[in-house]
Design a protein around this ligand. Sequence first.
Ligand SMILES: [Zn+2]
Length: 231
Amino acid sequence: MVGGVWGAAVDLLLGGGCAGCGVPGVTLCDGCRGLLSRMAPFRAWPDPPPHGLAPPTAAAPYGDQIRQLVIAHKENARYPLARPLGAALATAVRAALGEYRGVWLVPVPSAPATVRQRGHDPLRRISRAAARALRAHGIDARIAPALRLVRRPDDQAGLSAERRTANLAGAFGLRSRWAEPLTDQPIIVVDDVITTGSTLAEACRALESRGIPVLGCAVVAATVRRLPSGS
Ligand SMILES: [Zn+2]
């Protein structure tokens, strides 16, 4: 709780500045807002793709400004960023949906301790904003917090893609009351960022192992694997 509130208080005291680039006087400058509103969603398969990952669509590459915006919202509780980040996620969801006019958005679950520590659930907040943006486009979008953590995995930082997959195996479970409602509309699993795809793949597995098909995954941003120079 303290982290999020404190972050917001520091922003107030120091005046914050654009969360994307630091220009003073605004939460989000026109340039960074423009970056978020000119999204060209793309297929964001990690290399190698983890087993069981439904086709992932990203709104943007995880560049410097997008990273700053995601972190400012997640770690520093700059809640107004949920709306533009949610709108970006909505463009990825629309691309993933194709012709469908309805969708369940299933966020990957956060550890309750992490949510308490941050003082908010950033992905849930972005997902709600995305659902509102989708409904404004005539798509019947609803949030299904259908997954929960059944086992706390170790910290993923620094693990190889293979180790991440092993670390997450069986970590997510379906809340039983969602098994029935989820059958009436296509399902898109959502997260803020895709890196190795192991988290999203585990979320897909938790749903599909209960007979619930996943149409695709959608994220705000995808880390783009850079080939070493000269190769
Ligand atoms: Zn900016």
